[in-house]
Design a protein around this ligand. Sequence first.
Ligand code: ATP
Ligand code: LTN
Length: 343
Amino acid sequence: MVCVPQLEVESRNKKRVFSGVQPSGSLHIGNYLGAIGRFALFQEGYDCFYSVVDLHAITVPQDPAELRRRTVATAALFIAAGLDPEKACIFVQSDNPNHAELAWVLQCIATFGELGRMTQFKDKARGKKSVTAGLFTYPVLMAADILLYDTDVVPVGEDQKQHVELTRDLAERFNKRFGVTFKVPEPLIPAQGGRIMSLTDPLRKMSKSDEDPDSRIEVLDSPEEIARKFKKAVTDSGREIVYDPEKKPAVSNLMTIYSLFSGKSLEEVRDAYEGKGYGVFKSGLAELVAEKLRPVRERYSELMSSGEIEKILKDGAERAYGISSSKMKEVKEKVGLCSRLSL
Ligand code: ATP
Ligand code: LTN
């Protein structure tokens, strides 16, 4: 058991943030704009916990060596995207056994019916011959991640809203049945950028698991790759650069990406490219995105070759375990589970 009392006294005056990212593939600009690029925004004003959720990743088959590599790479990208490990706790989910243990307790109050209504499960299970029980109960593990830390705010993309709502329901149900134990968290979804769409099918979200790598710009793509993928991205009929998600979903998605990376409003983007056509707009967009991601790529390479990450993750795991163990102890006592070992 690790104690960091001074840090705890100071940090509990602040609201707490928790978010997680799966090491299930290379992170794309949807992950960046919807989640990791925003993580650092909270680190000054909030007590932040950011986890590489490897237990979530194994709900679908993973190559063990590749999973280990991506777990470290994902943590390195958190830092490359601006997180300071002195300010935010960065850790790997499976390093803290409290997550899986609380998930089991929560699975015993979650219902089959409510889990069956999760749209991400339905999407991921569609067309599959065999679906694991872990994929079905995945949102309960996410609830455990959040509730273990008395989280106030959960910054995520739009696709995770339903899971945070389930987390709230489970917290309220547990509190009603066993007495107030969990804080009921709020999702925080960006007004713009919460759902970046695929470059090859603008009606579907950009996704790590899309079979076509040209459907996404990866954070570590080279400037040449970025230019090639944007050039190939589907567009709509006409040649006007206007924001109209109904009639022009492809161009509207590209404009959203432009606006978020440049800090310009959609109107400013439209005015800058008025009458110039898709080709000019796409090469401007590619240049902008490559330039904005350049420092992230560079910092990532430095971190991966320095070996710093292992130490950061070890410290993070110790802190996360220390803090969440008191919550786990309280849960066990309330539910009637006895502990005969003194840890
Ligand atoms: P997959 O696409 O394989 O389902 P994923 O990228 O959705 O994976 P995570 O890595 O767990 O899954 O997502 C990390 C964060 O990125 C989450 O907060 C999620 O909401 C956000 N996110 C994922 N895709 C997008 C997207 N297209 N636009 C905005 N945010 C996204
Ligand atoms: N389910 C999320 C990843 C995730 C998460 C979390 C996000 C796991 N645990 C806790 C926020 C808080 C996803 O697939 N994007």
